[in-house]
Structure formats: structure tokens, C-alpha cells
Design a protein around this ligand. Structure first.
Ligand SMILES: NC(=O)c1ccc[n+]([C@@H]2O[C@H](COP(=O)([O-])OP(=O)(O)OC[C@H]3O[C@@H](n4cnc5c(N)ncnc54)[C@H](O)[C@@H]3O)[C@@H](O)[C@H]2O)c1
Length: 304
């Protein structure tokens, strides 16, 4: 056992499988007391099954670590609250929450139903809010703590996952808001955009050139949960981790501006905008043809 997170109390949602499980195991192996949350659902969020979180708790205990299972649905306020309350009741504090739980319901926008939109946004975006909400109230009193959200490169846009993309973009804005709103209480908030081999990434119709294992993602998460990251002023950031690569995403900012102090008209904008403010091309547009081909055929072309 290491001691990188000695005695920290950490809650991880979606910790029964994939990346969340790797984070929970690694945090416990580094001395953290872990709340292992998982609702035990299929990739599409259906068929909750008992025992998925409890199985990871058994693994942690077998390795000499300390953990407790919470099998709630974190898309409910009560579920998010129970994750945090479980930590506080057992250990009197909560030092970090890692919101990993996620599902997919893929469909083109023009065919997407409310039943495909709502649960995806509820699991990712609301499921991060419910846990951040409960944890931040405790962390504000403690004057310390770390909130970690899970986003995706798909926050840039997605052909057939507008629900997932919108939720992942929302998580980035939620994380930035948490970083701003809790800064004066000594609480940090960051987002991770992973690329790792799990049952979820097995659905991607492209062969990804840059991909790693859940354990690679866990290493970054453990750093973000540590005293070192807080001391190094890491907050409000979005990091990609894909195997050997770690990348930081840019903060959104205005690129170019133009002013008409006597007022704009649509005609004037049409004449003026292209040569002045212009556009900032959508990077994924140039990859569309390859992505569409991949979605159609059995061949899996390489993609970034
Ligand atoms: N794997 C990748 O390459 C990749 C890429 C980008 C983003 N992500 C994100 O990383 C996170 C983890 O993905 P993964 O690949 O490990 O997926 P996974 O399917 O292996 O694990 C997700 C876990 O979340 C749990 N879960 C789902 N809904 C829940 C709910 N309402 N309450 C509690 N638990 C719930 C599931 O039961 C499952 O065990 C997700 O947020 C995903 O969107 C993953």
C-alpha cells in the first residue's frame, strides 16, 4: 500500500466498472478511505443490478484497503446526497468526489427521443451536480476539498451523441463554476476527459490512435485529488488522458471582436463580419467524412 492519499476520504461514482473502478482501487491502494458508488446498470442505463459496487468494495478489502458501497442512482438528489452522507457519517469528512458514472444512448439528433435525451443528461450532468452539491456544502465548512467531473472529447460536438456531448459540455461549465464559486473556501474543481479501453469505449466505431487503460486515468485522478495539485493551483482545468498522453484544454475566450458604436444592422454585419470577426472553424468538421464511413462500414479507420 502507498500513502499518496493517506487518510483522505474519497467518493467515486460509477466505481463498479471501467474507469471508476480503477480510480476506486488506486485511491484505496494509496491509503484513501473510499465510498464506492455504482447503480449497476447496462451501458444504456437500463437494468440496475445489485452487487456491482459491493464487489469492488470486496476487492479493496481483500487488498487491505477500506471502502463502503453505495448502490444508489446518482441522477437523483437523494442518491448524490447518500454518497456524501455515507462518507461523512463514517469518517466525519469528505476530501474528494470523483463523478465518473455515465451511460450512452446514441441516436442522430433528428431521430432522438425524450427517452434517449433525458436519462443521458440526467446521469452525466445532473449526476455530477447532485454529488458536487452535497459535497461542496461539506467542503465549504471544511475549507478544503476537491471536486472532479468526467467529461469527454465529445464535448466539442458529436454526430450521433448530441445528448452525451451536451451533457459533457455542461459538466465542463459546472466544473468551472464550482472552481470559481468555491475558490475562496480552498476547494478545487477540475474535469477529466479520458480515453480508455472499457465496455463504453468498445462502442466507438473508430479505431482510436490514442487510447490507454483505466489505470492510466486513475493516475491523473489521484494527482488531482492530492495536496500537491491543490498547492500547485490546479483548478478550473480540463485534462485529457489517453494512455501516454496528458493534454490540457484551452479556456474558452473571445478570438476577435469588432465594434459599431452607431449600431449594427443585419446588412452591415453581413458585409463586415466575414473579413473582420470571421469564423473559428469547427475542428471535427474536417473528420466528418472518415467518421461517417466508420459508422457505416465494418472497417475501423484510424482517427485522432
Ligand atoms: N472509456 C472512455 O474512453 C471514455 C471516453 C470519454 C469519456 N468517458 C467517460 O468516463 C466515464 C466512465 O466511463 P467508462 O468507460 O468507465 O464506462 P463504464 O460503462 O465501464 O462504467 C460506467 C459505470 O457507471 C455506472 N452508472 C451508470 N449510471 C449510473 C447512475 N445513475 N448511478 C450510479 N452509477 C451509474 C455503471 O453501472 C457503470 O458501472 C463516463 O462518464 C464516460 O462518459 C469515457
Amino acid at each position: 500500500m502507498g500513502n499518496f492519499l493517506a487518510d483522505k476520504v474519497i467518493a467515486v461514482t460509477g466505481a463498479g466498472r471501467g474507469i471508476g473502478r480503477a480510480v476506486a482501487l488506486a485511491a484505496a491502494a494509496e491509503g484513501a478511505k473510499v465510498v464506492v458508488n455504482d447503480y449497476g446498470v447496462a451501458v444504456d442505463g437500463a437494468s440496475p443490478a445489485d452487487g456491482v459496487a459491493a464487489a469492488v468494495v470486496k476487492e479493496i478489502e481483500a487488498a487491505g484497503g477500506e471502502a463502503v458501497a453505495v448502490a444508489d442512482d446518482i441522477s437523483t438528489m437523494a442518491g448524490g446526497q447518500r454518497v456524501v452522507d455515507t462518507a461523512v457519517r463514517r469518517h466525519g469528512r469528505i476530501d474528494g468526489v470523483v463523478c465518473v458514472a455515465g451511460i450512452l444512448r446514441e441516436r442522430m439528433l433528428f431521430n432522438m427521443t425524450e427517452e434517449e435525451w433525458d436519462p443521458v443528461v440526467a446521469t452525466h450532468l445532473k449526476g455530477t451536480f447532485t454529488v458536487f452539491r452535497a459535497a461542496s456544502a461539506v467542503m465549504r465548512r471544511q475549507r478544503s476539498g476537491t471536486l472532479i467531473g468526467f467529461t469527454s472529447g465529445s464535448h466539442q460536438g458529436s454526430v450521433a451523441q448530441a445528448n452525451y456531448s451536451a451533457a459533457k459540455g455542461g459538466i465542463i461549465s459546472l466544473v468551472r463554476s464550482a472552481a470559481l464559486g468555491l475558490h475562496k473556501y480552498g476547494v478545487t474543481a477540475n474535469a477529466v476527459a479520458p480515453v480508455a479501453r472499457t465496455r463504453m469505449s468498445a462502442n466507438v466505431p473508430m479505431e482510436l490512435a490514442e487510447i490507454g487503460e483505466p489505470e492510466d486515468v486513475a493516475a491523473l485522478v489521484l494527482y488531482l485529488l492530492s495536496e500537491q495539485a491543490a498547492a500547485q493551483g490546479v483548478t478550473g482545468q480540463v485534462y485529457t488522458i489517453a494512455g501516454p498522453k496528458i493534454a490540457v484544454w484551452a479556456q474558452p475566450r473571445e478570438l476577435r471582436a469588432a465594434y459599431a458604436f452607431d449600431g449594427w444592422t443585419p446588412e452591415r454585419i453581413a458585409q463586415f463580419l466575414p473579413g473582420s470577426v470571421g469564423v473559428d472553424p469547427l475542428p471535427l468538421l474536417s473528420e466528418l467524412a472518415a467518421m461517417e464511413e466508420a459508422a457505416r462500414g465494418p472497417d475501423r479507420p484510424n482517427a485522432r
